[in-house]
Design a protein around this ligand. Structure first.
Ligand code: 5GP
Length: 208
């Protein structure tokens, strides 16, 4: 084992809903890469399939405001009708220990991380393969009226407009292929010179 260590990185996965982000995040967490998921706090009510502390920390509006006031968030944003924020402490601890952290946050949060932690950030924007497929996935998600689906399409279009702000773009035309691409991005970014600690000493040993 070499003496080279590594600072952890922050891998952000953003996409419009219906692009398969939840599935790909889960695949990445199960792929034994050692990456940890950042659990956001939100004021949104819990959905039936969600678990407190696994999917989100579900908090009241008052508690959220208190956390903001105490500077407990690395980033926070209002998304649709609710507030979302990333608690800073677990992320800072993981990064310092050389662990990588996966974030499922929107473009607003990604911009804030870019301002605060550019060196640690790797951002990936996930796109659906086509307009038709996006519409089909949004329809399949809930038995909504066409009106709701068309509103969701409009929301998706506005989220998609932020793709140029990301380091990488992955089109989710095939979930296995998209997963492999994200794994490849993670591997490459782990080897980035600026993240490595102790290379100078290692090289000095090699050439002494
Ligand atoms: P949902 O309510 O469907 O779980 O998430 C709605 C949107 O909020 C998604 O686009 C998700 O990426 C985003 N989101 C979830 N947690 C956070 C967070 O902590 N910060 C930011 N900026 N966005 C978040």
């Amino acid at each position: 084992m070499s003496a080279i260590r590594r600072r952890g990185l922050m891998l952000v996965l953003s996409s419009p809903s219906g692009a398969g982000k939840t599935t790909l995040s889960r695949r990445l967490l199960e792929a034994d890469t050692g990456i940890l998921m950042s659990i956001s706090a939100t004021t949104r009510p819990k959905r039936p399939n969600e678990v407190e502390g696994r999917d989100y920390l579900f908090v009241s509006t008052e508690r959220f405001a208190e956390m903001m006031h105490h500077n407990e968030f690395l980033e926070h944003a209002d998304v649709f009708d609710h507030r979302y924020g990333t608690p800073a402490a677990p992320v800072k601890q993981a990064i310092a220990q050389g662990r990588d952290v996966l974030f499922d946050i929107d473009w607003q949060g990604t911009q804030q991380l870019k301002e605060r932690a550019r060196e640690d950030l790797v951002s990936v924007f996930l796109l659906p393969p086509s307009h038709e497929e996006l519409e089909r996935r949004l329809k399949a998600r809930a038995q909504d009226s066409d009106d709701v689906v068309s509103r969701r399409m409009a929301k998706a279009a506005s989220e998609i407009s932020h793709w140029p702000e990301y380091d990488y773009v992955v089109v989710n035309d095939d979930v296995d292929r998209a997963h492999a691409k994200i794994l490849a991005i993670l591997e490459a970014e782990r080897a980035r010179r600026t993240r490595l600690v102790g290379v100078g000493e290692f090289v000095a040993q090699l050439t002494r």
